[in-house]
Design a protein around this ligand. Structure first.
Ligand code: F6R
Length: 261
């Protein structure tokens, strides 16, 4: 796991966008795993600017989103289907139907989930997965207690996650759905490169456990310690509880340019 402590969230966004740009230049038809929420917004803003400047194209790329609320009407502005289009997909040049996501209105959710896994596999697997992290250590919506090798399935959101996400539902926790469909921890672990971005001190405890704690279902993101290629982009707040913070800074500062991220 490579940990990069950035001066602010905008710098983390620039580094994340640079990693994705390099991937698409190497492999224009790369498969991207897309997260919603606040954390990746700086990456998406930077990618949209790079696309406008003609520096990167998503015309051949494909995407799979991580998760979706169960039961929200299709025209609800907070479905992750609609959010990822507003925040990213519609701002760049993905081909029509190149970005897929879980169907929160599927009548047979288990069948949908196995079809979703099959679609990711048929696309050749995810080349680069963008992740945020919840204050309770979730990635995707794999809440504490999730199986460390889970695949796409329905999950119950914790009260903490519903409190955290009430800001998208007029501050009213009762409007936040209780269930979601999420890629599992095993699904996320199958991605070839994981780029996790976190900002703000509310994420500091989860980030500390993820990078330095014991691997445990209590802090689901700790499974990433077993992944061979994870890049973690943090601002100072999110990095503030790291025990080995100075070591990560020295390592990154001394890193030769040719090594890349
Ligand atoms: C979103 C997702 C979640 C978020 C996490 C952090 O698709 O899977 O794991 O990444 O809840 O959310 P933000 O970034 O809004 O703090």
């Amino acid at each position: 796991m490579e940990i990069v402590i950035c001066s602010d969230a905008a710098e983390a966004g620039r580094l994340g966008a640079a990693i994705i740009t390099a991937l698409l230049r190497r492999k224009p038809d790369a498969v991207l795993g897309l997260a919603t929420g606040s954390s990746p917004l700086a990456i998406y803003d930077e990618l949209a600017a790079r696309r406008d400047a003609g520096e990167v194209s998503f015309a051949q790329a494909r995407g799979f989103t991580l998760d979706e609320y169960v039961g929200l009407p299709a025209d609800h502005p907070e479905t992750y289907h609609n959010v990822i289009r507003k925040d990213f997909v519609n701002r760049v040049d993905f081909a029509e139907d190149a970005v897929h996501g879980p169907d929160g209105l599927a009548s047979d959710i288990p069948a949908f989930c196995s079809d979703y896994e099959a679609a990711i596999a048929a696309a050749g697997g995810v080349d680069l997965q963008i992740l945020g992290i919840g204050t309770d250590g979730h990635i995707g919506f794999n809440e504490p207690g999730s199986s460390l090798s889970s695949r796409t399935r329905i999950k119950t959101l914790t009260k903490q996650t519903r409190i955290d996400n009430a800001r998208f539902f007029e501050g009213d926790i009762d409007r936040v759905p209780t269930h979601c469909i999420t890629q599992g921890l095993g699904t996320i672990m199958s991605a070839r490169h994981v780029v996790l971005v976190a900002s703000g001190s509310s994420k500091a405890e989860a980030v500390h456990h993820m990078a330095e704690g014991s691997v445990s279902a209590l802090w689901p993101a700790t499974i990433l310690q077993h992944h061979e290629h994870v890049t973690v982009l943090l601002d100072e707040g999110a990095a503030s509880r790291l025990q080995l913070g100075s070591y990560y800074r020295e390592t990154y500062q001394a890193k030769p340019d040719w090594q890349g991220l």
